[in-house]
Design a protein around this ligand. Structure first.
Ligand SMILES: [Fe+2]
Ligand SMILES: [Fe+2]
Length: 335
């Protein structure tokens, strides 16, 4: 299956999808093909297969999160798209658990858990990755910064929708904190400060269209983006999502400080970096609030919850590290 076939995979009508789910559908050639791709991509380390799977998964998440044109038919809710989604997500989670090994990490009890997790994130190699603290800060060219922004669109462009989906079913105190964070994403009611708009402005300053960003995402950026969507959309991954987002927020201020140094060094217009400057200020408070009002109360529930929150943080740290390693190799000035 090449990338145009990947698109064909979802470019079918609901009627055709119903036919594909007929009879013993797991014996049908499309499903056998998908299963083979999952085996190669997630269990045998074939990057090309993994890229195709993450593109399909990303397209499925778009079906689930983007309002279609009025009257347009989508595959939303069909057993066909759900079977593809759950097959790929299962392989993805197995891959994550294989790649982000929790073995050997002693997760402490409820009284020290939140502080411990904070330290755990702070001291992980992803927290001081040289892609930010050495390359973007000291050496990146304007072209490198442009490339970086394209790849970052995999997660930054949809934090508001991630928070909106994470809060479904969240217990009271956690829901309140998610709401506060979400309200910040909404620019506290000022349309000029919507975070998604500010991020689009940063892309616009480099004439990067949404289409360009979608097509240029590397496998590693797609993994980060799909991870965020998966843990936001699936209720059984709620606690993983909590740990994931705690680690994400915690790393932002220092990373964007480094980016700011690079931005100023190459003489780019600071007004286009509003999104990043703003997050240097707000994400410190966001992560403090997250640890205090989401992580700490939830961690009192059980050891299982503490392990899942830790797993989510680890998923973020490891996938971010892999992504930043890849960025370092791919920056245009390095090739
Ligand atoms: Fe934000
Ligand atoms: Fe934030």
């Amino acid at each position: 299956m090449n990338s145009s076939e990947t698109n064909d995979f979802l470019a079918i009508s609901r009627g055709e999808a119903a036919v594909l789910m007929g009879g013993a559908w797991q014996e049908n050639s499309w499903f056998r093909h998908l299963s083979k791709l999952v085996k190669k991509g997630f269990y045998e380390g074939d990057n090309e297969s993994q890229l195709q799977l993450h593109r399909i998964l990303n397209s499925i998440y778009r079906v689930l999160t983007v309002v279609p044109d009025p009257g347009a038919e989508t595959l939303e809710g069909t057993p066909y798209i759900e079977s593809i989604r759950s097959t790929i997500e299962k392989g993805f989670i197995d891959w994550l658990n294989d790649t982000c090994v929790l073995n050997g990490i002693v997760v402490p009890g409820e009284t020290s858990f939140a502080n411990w997790l904070w330290q755990f994130v702070e001291t992980h190699p992803a927290a001081t990755h040289q892609a930010y603290f050495e390359f973007l800060a000291n050496r990146a060219t304007i072209e490198d910064l442009r490339f970086y922004l394209v790849q970052e669109s995999a997660i930054d462009a949809s934090t508001d929708d991630f928070l909106a989906s994470l809060q479904i079913g969240a217990p009271g105190e956690a829901k309140m904190e998610i709401a506060r964070n979400y309200w910040d994403e909404m620019g506290e009611g000022d349309p000029n400060f919507l975070h998604s708009t500010l991020f689009s402005d940063a892309l616009g300053a480099f004439s990067i269209s949404n289409m360009e960003a979608e097509n240029a995402l590397t496998l590693e950026a797609l993994i980060c983006g799909n991870l965020q969507q998966m843990v936001g959309l699936r209720r059984n991954l709620f606690h993983i999502g909590v740990g994931y987002f705690g680690a994400t927020e915690q790393l932002v201020p220092k990373r964007f400080e480094a980016l700011k140094r690079g931005w100023e060094r190459v003489g780019l217009n600071p007004s286009a970096a509003k999104y990043h400057m703003l997050h240097i200020e707000v994400d410190g408070g966001h992560s403090e609030g997250w640890y205090q009002n989401v992580v700490a109360p939830l961690s009192k529930r059980s050891e299982q919850v503490r392990r899942e929150i830790t797993t989510g943080a680890l998923y973020r740290l490891v996938t971010s590290h892999i992504y930043l390693d890849k960025l370092l190799r791919d920056f245009p000035s390095q090739n």
